[in-house]
Design a protein around this ligand. Sequence first.
Ligand code: MF3
Ligand code: CO
Length: 253
Amino acid sequence: MITIKNRASIAKMHEAGQRLAHIFQELPSRLMPGISTLDIDSWISLEIKKNHLVSKMLGYSGYGHVSCISINDEVVHGVPHKVKCLSDGDLVKIDVCVAYKGYCADMARSFFVGQTSDHTAKRLVEITALSLDKGIEQARAGNRLGDVSAAIGHTIESAGFGIVRDFAGHGIGKRMHEDPEVLNYGIPGKGPLLQVGMAFAIEPMVTVGHYDVYITEDNWTVKTTDKSLAAHVEDTVVITQDGPLVITRIDNK
Ligand code: MF3
Ligand code: CO
């Protein structure tokens, strides 16, 4: 069942998203070579507390951190660790889900540590961000979920990159994961009808090489089988009368 949120619920999700987006805004300056992914997670944890948010990841299926931090050929669900340190040129994906007064916002971004001269890597990140934008554009009342999925998938495949199929976006509200699954590929005009008050976490996961992935021995970290580079971005979007409201991007007032 896809839940419909009322104005009060949407306002809380929006506040969660704005606070989370402000935390992300401060992240790039912390991603210097040598810092461990556990240090980054600890900083995010402090910011979550300062902003009176609650982590939705900590304790989820026994997960022990407030963020997932995935480097290079790690796609998603990288577990922060003190011996895992960033190097110049690394492609780092950071994923954080929080709640404000019981309502969630889920967000992820791909960052480079310092500079990269790898044109394919840069293009990968650009296309991944573009596919998210194209998906969001379709998140309108009267459209079908397949319109969102197809827009994402078309953008990625036209660029010649791989669409990870084993993981997907999701509905979101009081819980981090709600119905439906938001696939990153699909058929226009298919799937549930989109209505005002629905909310989705849309999160394309894109590879330079083959889309096949596997879960490593830590039972969380997802890596590409062919060791190719992967990107991941995620925004939480609410369907409103005026179109898609991206709650995890800072409002321009
Ligand atoms: N935020 C992730 C998602 O988009 C959830 C990661 S799993 C967790 O679905 F256990 F780490 F939270
Ligand atoms: Co998510």
